[in-house]
Design a protein around this ligand. Structure first.
Ligand code: WTA
Length: 659
């Protein structure tokens, strides 16, 4: 290993975009928030906590015994009341909470009064099943309103939910049931995906064999026949529909567990990330208000994530509903029945704020500009991104083709573990730069440090750490305090290490550089995958790229790039192998020119797809196996298992431009 910087800083960006004047003038949060938080961080968070309704005020804002935090100690509240009842009591029962759109085109409109009724009924039903404070409840549902209702009903009873993404297998589900020790499961017969009914219940049956689960509540969504175990399985409509429409909610301690959400580590046993009530809800609500500038009376918010990920927890359920937002919820995939479905929904519901992932944006770039250009997207006033570093060119594409050069983009960095957004522009304050998540939010202390834990200066790269406890921080890994300490708090003393590389530019703005496990070492230079990928995506013919460091006899590692071309470029390369070869050389030169010869890929492979996890993150590990001509490692977390075959065939057949 070289004793150079922990991570090289290769790219520079000179474009920037000031907030639209009208947005800045009416922004929910102004630059004053940074000063307030700086003056007294804990007082700042106490002010934000007062956005919620507490039954008992806290005694102290924070108890910090590293690495264990308690926020709003002694305070009592009910998360479900905060997300539902208080809006109805304030006279907003008629406001739409959810415009729901099923994939086949069926719709439901759920007002706050409707949501209140449904949550109360579901809470009564769960009580009848014996669920009470502290009991864990599994939720394995498609993107239907009952998923939101089920989560809020659990929260209402103080029973932590553990939502498992509907695309996970019965094995994954079983691991999580065993780890939580849940006795009740809420599921559905199935949901709609890619134009077909996709069953859920059979996986549930397989997964609960021999576990403690003795009640399975089943929502009827597709109407398909399902296997049934009398006495254990109950239809939601039989048990829930007839329940009383009111439910007296009890207040719980601020630190009462709210949910356990598993991060799908690629190989190791999944970690049950534990979140509690008061601090989590405070930061989810505040960040949703500040980062998305939500005006509950007029905005239509749409977060395209699945409820099975933390983004769905914090920015479909807890943040937006705590703020009384009106939102769109969509069951299916962006390409069913056609590739314009998302934009059709924006047009139909006049969506004003949209929150999605870079993988989705790059997919739309690949499909072609003409698709979004065919819809009226003029209602959009603010765009968000989360989940991976967003390449500057993908950011620009999002701005031009979706935001029509007027909607600011907030690139939000956070994790399942952080619970809520940590680093992001404020849309009414920050002059945004394509590709940068920019600055920690008010009240959040983030830094970039070198190998020894010392902060790097502007222009330097290293490890992203969080140096002070924050309200929505994980409270641990369910049932495993030692693993919590080892995983997050052992690399640097008294700082939370997030696992991500980052750099500070000359203005001190933050650029996320991907997972440090993926960092490449080329002739002793530590180079992030993100910067090389972004250089590739900045070529007009490239939609998406993934690079890996493959072992190399001369340089230690050499960069191997896998590239997906944009629509027409892809056809041209497909039709004419010489053109494909010329383009490969052009791309290698392009990277060399953009960020320097050290980053010039040894090989570039043109591929039809990239391997991704079910939440859309690129799995570079598998590409590395391919580049080093090894047998593929564990592919069970792959979203589409046929992708690796398709890439493998291309790699075997095609030239890659190696010198
Ligand atoms: C990555 C999703 C760059 C990062 C909320 C992090 C990002 C991991 C960004 C957490 C971003 C998320 N820029 N990288 N704006 N947002 N990440 O737990 O590597 O599914 O550690 O939470 O996603 O993923 P998770």
């Amino acid at each position: 290993m070289s004793d150079g910087p922990a991570l090289s800083n290769l790219s520079t960006e000179t474009r920037h975009f000031d907030p639209p004047a009208e947005l800045a003038e009416n922004a929910n949060v102004t630059a004053a928030a940074y000063d307030e938080a700086k003056a007294d961080r804990l007082v700042f968070w106490e002010t934000q906590a007062r956005r919620l309704e507490w039954t008992t005020e806290w005694d102290e804002p924070l108890q910090w015994e590293p690495p264990f935090a308690k926020w709003f100690v002694g305070g009592e509240l009910n998360a479900s009341v905060n997300c539902v009842d208080r809006h109805v009591e304030a006279g907003n029962g008629d406001r739409v909470a959810i415009h729901w759109e099923g994939e086949p085109g069926d719709t439901r409109t759920v007002t706050y009064a409707d949501l209140h009724r449904e949550v109360c009924k579901a809470a009564n039903a769960l009580t009848e099943l014996g669920v009470s404070q502290g009991d864990r409840v599994m939720i394995y549902l498609p993107m239907i309103p009952e998923a939101v209702v089920a989560m809020l009903a659990c929260a209402r009873l103080g029973a932590p939910h553990s939502v498992v993404f509907g695309g996970f297998s019965s094995d994954a589900l079983r691991n999580r049931i065993d780890d939580t020790g849940a006795k009740v499961m809420i599921t559905a017969d199935g949901g709609y995906r890619r134009g077909k009914a996709s069953a859920l219940k059979p996986a549930v049956d397989e997964s609960i064999e021999g576990t403690d689960v003795d009640k399975v509540l089943v929502v009827r969504r597709t109407g398909e026949e399902v296997p049934w175990t009398e006495g254990r399985d109950l239809w939601w409509h039989d048990l829930v529909d007839g329940q009383p429409e009111t439910h007296e909610a009890q207040a719980f301690d601020s630190e009462n567990p709210l949910f356990i959400l598993y991060t799908s580590g690629t190989t190791a046993k999944p970690k049950g990330i534990l979140h509690t009530t008061g601090g989590y809800l405070t930061q989810a609500a505040y960040t949703h208000h500040a980062v998305f500038d939500l005006k509950p009376e007029t905005d239509i918010f749409w977060c395209t994530a699945d409820i099975g990920w933390v983004t769905g927890h914090s920015y479909i359920v807890y943040g937006p509903l705590a703020n009384g937002a009106t939102q769109v919820m969509y069951e299916g995939t962006p390409d069913t029945p056609h590739k314009g479905r998302f934009w059709e929904l924006v047009q139909k519901y006049r969506v004003t704020i949209m929150y999605t992932a870079p993988t989705t944006i790059r997919t739309f770039m690949k499909w072609g500009d003409d698709i979004p250009d065919g819809f009226d997207l003029s209602s959009l006033r603010l765009l968000g991104s989360v989940g991976e570093p967003i390449n500057p060119e993908a950011w620009m594409w999002y701005r031009e083709h979706i935001g029509h050069d007027k909607a600011p983009i907030v690139d939000t960095w956070w994790q399942t573990e952080t619970g809520a957004i940590m680093v992001s522009p404020l849309p009414g304050v920050t002059s945004t730069k394509p590709g940068s998540a920019q600055v920690p939010l008010p009240g959040i202390s983030v830094d970039v440090v070198d190998e020894s834990g010392s902060p790097v200066g502007n222009g330097g790269g290293g490890y992203l750490v969080i140096s002070e406890p924050w309200p929505a921080m994980l409270r641990g890994i369910w049932g495993d305090d030692q693993r919590y300490k080892d995983t997050y708090w052992s690399r640097f003393a008294d700082m939370y290490f997030a696992g991500d590389g980052a750099k500070k530019d000359d203005d001190g703005d933050l650029w996320l550089l991907g997972r440090v496990d993926d960092v490449m070492n080329i002739s002793g230079h530590r180079i992030s995958t993100t910067e090389v990928e972004s250089a590739l995506v900045s070529h007009p013919k490239v939609a998406e790229a993934a690079v890996v460091g493959a072992s190399d006899p001369t340089t230690g590692q050499a960069i191997v790039a896998f590239v997906i071309l944009r629509g027409s470029a892809s056809e041209a390369a497909e039709d004419d192998p010489d053109a494909g070869e010329a383009l490969i050389q052009e791309l290698r030169q392009h990277v060399s020119k953009e960020i320097g010869p050290i980053a010039k890929p040894r090989q570039v492979m043109l591929v039809p797809e990239l391997p991704k996890t079910r939440s859309g993150k690129i799995m570079r590990r598998l590409l590395k196996d391919l580049a080093e001509k090894r047998e593929l490692g564990d592919v069970t977390t792959l979203n589409d298992s046929t992708v690796m075959d398709a890439i493998g065939d291309k790699v075997a057949a095609g030239s890659s431009g190696e010198d």
